[in-house]
Design a protein around this ligand. Structure first.
Ligand SMILES: Cc1ncc(COP(=O)(O)O)c(C=O)c1O
Length: 394
């Protein structure tokens, strides 16, 4: 068989390949980006599906519109308006099959073969794959503690770089844990307006803050943006429901591409979410539970890393989300460390898996989401033993 070039352009996700290795029962895995199963509102979902099947099976099991469930779109719009301070109507929302699909649809809508897309470096692998599949030429922009380095981007633009889009995870970034501050968001929006590119603001973690909510999304400062959200990290990923808030012409492109892809997002998943979100008191208490659970795990992981490794490891303490990004300062190569770590019973993702232009050879991404604090401490002990092992056999 002959395959199109785009298949090679995306390759496979190093992380998905890695998950196969780290899922062995003896391995404490900090590699995956999965939310914690015990946080899923299983009973609520069971009750809601019983109600839906009883009262109105058509609304949960029939084909539905491509744009998505009216009640869910209205809920997304209301939250978007509250967060951004900019008017948002249900018509501004397209519901997608996970926010991953919104990424691919944005990429297909915006990119011709070879078009430049500037992006977080390190970046979210699924997003990079989506843009690569659409033929984009990815150009990395460094991410530091304050998120995407917008001054760096401004210099590249002044030097003549002309992207069609900027893809960024602005809040509690995957993989770096960083959040773009208010000033950078404004500056990025101004660059988008000036140079005519679209900011694809991929934002599935915004509700998972620990101490304080993140700044308003980039959409607060420009219309040149698609703001993506997801139910995966706040309810459950298996429902496969995400969304894009976008201006009319981009939205209509997304809808046409979505019709070609899969007609619509899952009717049942959307109907269940609309039921759950309608009880705002329950939903706020659910979010509070997620924040407390993940904050305690993040603290446990950061504390263990700092006390075990001291000055050898620069640890970025996240303000929310699911990830800690850390960088060895003693020359440890995390690609070489991984097989040793797996032998010691701990898994992580080496920084190189998220690389666009830089190598991130001394960095690693650790997820704290799926392990309670005592297991995170044990995982860090194992990681420490692996680094000692690697150093003595170097
Ligand atoms: C930054 C980011 N964007 C998008 C996704 C895709 O999420 P979903 O398709 O489940 O909404 C993920 C999943 O981990 C992610 O981390």
């Amino acid at each position: 068989m002959r395959f199109a070039g785009r298949v090679d352009a995306i390759g496979s996700s190093a992380i998905r390949d890695l998950l196969a290795l780290t899922s062995a029962p003896e391995v404490l895995s900090l590699a995956g980006g999965l939310p914690a199963v015990e946080t899923f509102p299983t009973q609520r979902l069971a009750d809601a599906s019983a109600r839906l099947f009883d009262l109105d099976p058509g609304s949960s099991l029939q084909y539905a519109t491509t744009e998505g469930h009216a009640g869910l779109r209205a809920w997304v719009a209301a939250r978007e308006q509250e967060r951004s301070g900019v008017a948002c109507d249900a018509d501004d929302v397209v519901v997608t099959s996970g926010s991953q699909q919104a990424l691919l649809l944005c990429a297909l809508a915006l990119c011709e073969q070879g078009d430049v897309v500037v992006t977080d470096d390190p970046g979210y692998v699924g997003g990079l794959q989506a843009f690569a599949a659409a033929g984009a030429r990815l150009v990395g922009v460094p991410v530091d503690e304050g998120g995407l380095d917008v001054d760096h981007l401004a210099r590249r633009l002044a030097d003549g770089l002309r992207p069609v889009a900027c893809y960024t995870v602005s809040t509690f970034q995957n993989p770096g844990g960083a959040t773009m501050g208010e000033d950078r968001r404004r500056a990025l929006a101004a660059l988008a307006d000036r140079y005519g590119f679209v900011v694809v603001d991929d934002d599935p973690y915004a509700d998972l803050w620990f101490d304080r909510p993140p700044p308003a999304p980039v959409r607060a400062h420009t219309t040149m943006t698609a703001h993506l959200g997801s139910a995966s990290k706040i309810v459950a990923p298996g429902l496969r429901v995400g969304w894009a808030v976008a201006p009319p012409e981009l939205r209509s492109a997304l809808v046409r591409l979505k019709q070609a892809a899969d007609l619509q997002a899952p009717t049942l998943g959307q109907a269940l979410l609309a039921e759950l979100f309608a009880d705002s008191q329950w939903f706020e208490s659910h979010l509070a539970m997620l924040r407390t659970t993940y904050a305690a795990r993040a603290d446990a992981l950061v504390d263990a890393l700092v006390s075990r490794f001291g000055d050898r490891l620069a640890v970025r303490s996240p303000g929310g989300g699911l990830f800690v990004w850390a960088s060895f300062l003693d020359g440890t190569d995390t690609e070489a460390l991984l097989p040793v770590a797996l032998r010691h019973g701990v898994g992580f993702v080496p920084g190189g898996a998220f690389a666009v232009d830089a190598t991130h050879a001394g960095a690693l991404r650790l997820s704290f989401a799926t392990n309670p604090p005592h297991r995170l401490a044990e995982a860090v002990d194992r990681l420490y033993a692996a680094t000692t092992d690697l150093a003595t056999h170097r």
